[in-house]
Write a protein that binds this ligand. Structure first.
Ligand SMILES: Nc1ncnc2c1ncn2[C@@H]1O[C@H](COP(=O)(O)OP(=O)(O)OP(=O)(O)O)[C@@H](O)[C@H]1O
Ligand SMILES: N[C@@H](CCO)C(=O)O
Length: 323
């Protein structure tokens, strides 16, 4: 359940009046998501024909200073024709509003649903949209360092400690001891960089049939290696939830779709096995930290770090999947 803050009907109506979107018709809390509170708002719309929006209150993990980057990036990509929600600016032109010490932003509602078991055609479409996003973001002026890069994996691993990791699974502690120093020492340098989504899991893609209707949740977006984003997306889409079973057809379709819009250089392709191991390490570490630091009675369900430890082992042992 991801509505952490109660907003009463009067609060909501007052908030809506700060935007040129008509008057409030209904507001419903959205259960999905863990980081922020989200509501689905229906209003009468500017022209009375009705309009639908997503209202987000930023609760954890998002620094206020990063919000202009995330929200202007949505505007930039939407203006270039990418399927991302536009930010609705308030009557004064602001990208977000403050309520107490929390920021609130309104974004366009996009149709579509997140798929659980993608087909190859859907994976191809997602790969193509990821590449289009990379290309469309080329003119975006904002920059943001990757806060979930190698240094952060090291910090999270140290915060968990070898005993904490071994308490989750001895294989997780072994993986960190063996693979983290190797990945850190050999992390690719000099590959093409740009704006990356950095978290393009199936739950962050909305689809209608084989068409991508929305790329959402840009709150890890940053400037980093474009091929790393391909690796993150490959790791997120090409396995079952447990990370035990790799789906070669999905992985291949995703890469094919990506290259239909932006061919990878020989150096990028050669780096993918290592980048995919790094992507797996990133999610194994953030999940391990959350596993050890989320109270058992918390509202959110903890995600299994071993699902990404298994992916890392797969990529280490099967570099040929990117050949
Ligand atoms: N622009 C949009 N159009 C339609 N639905 C949306 C939009 N943005 C968000 N949603 C819906 O709200 C849900 C939660 O959004 P989001 O993933 O951004 O939340 P979050 O708390 O940041 O999640 P996460 O757990 O990934 O950190 C999504 O799963 C989707 O159902
Ligand atoms: N998509 C991530 C959560 C955001 O870091 C995961 O599944 O672990």
């Amino acid at each position: 359940m991801a509505v952490y803050t109660h907003l009463g009907a009067e609060d909501m109506a007052e908030l809506v009046s700060a935007f040129d979107i008509g008057t409030l018709v209904s507001a419903k809390g959205i259960a999905e998501g863990v980081s922020n509170s989200n509501w689905l708002l229906d209003t009468t719309g500017r022209d009375g024909a009705g309009a639908r929006f997503i209202l987000t209150m930023y609760e954890f993990r998002i620094e206020l200073e990063d919000l202009p980057y995330f929200l202007s990036l949505l505007d930039h990509l939407a203006a270039q024709g990418c399927p991302v929600p536009r930010t609705i600016h308030d009557r004064e032109g602001a990208l977000y509003r403050m309520r107490g010490d929390k920021a609130l932003a309104l974004i366009e509602f996009l149709p579509g649903v997140s798929v659980n078991e993608p087909t190859a055609a859907q994976a191809r479409a997602v790969g193509a949209e990821l590449a289009r996003m990379h290309l469309c973001a080329a003119g975006f002026v904002g920059t943001r360092a990757n806060g979930m890069g190698v240094a952060e994996w090291q910090r999270l691993a140290a915060a968990c400690g070898p005993d904490g990791l071994a308490g989750i699974d001895p294989a997780l502690a072994d993986m960190v001891a063996q693979d983290l120093p190797r990945l850190s020492a050999h992390w690719p340098q000099g590959l093409p960089t740009g704006v990356i989504h950095a978290d393009l899991f199936p739950d962050n893609v909305l689809m209608l049939g084989e068409r991508v209707t929305g790329l959402i949740d840009f709150y890890f977006a940053c400037n980093d290696l474009l091929a790393y984003d391909v690796a993150v997306t490959h790791a997120a889409w090409s396995f079952d939830a447990s990370g035990r079973s790799f789906n070669a057809a999905i992985g291949a379709a995703l890469l094919e779709g990506y290259e239909s819009q932006r061919p990878l250089s020989a150096n990028e392709r050669a780096a993918l096995p290592l980048l995919a191991q790094g992507a797996s390490m990133r999610f194994a570490m953030s999940r391990a930290f959350d596993w050890l630091n989320t109270p058992a009675d918390a509202l959110v369900t903890r995600k299994d770090p071993m699902a990404f430890a298994r992916r890392l082992a797969f990529y280490r042992e099967n570099p040929g999947v990117f050949a």
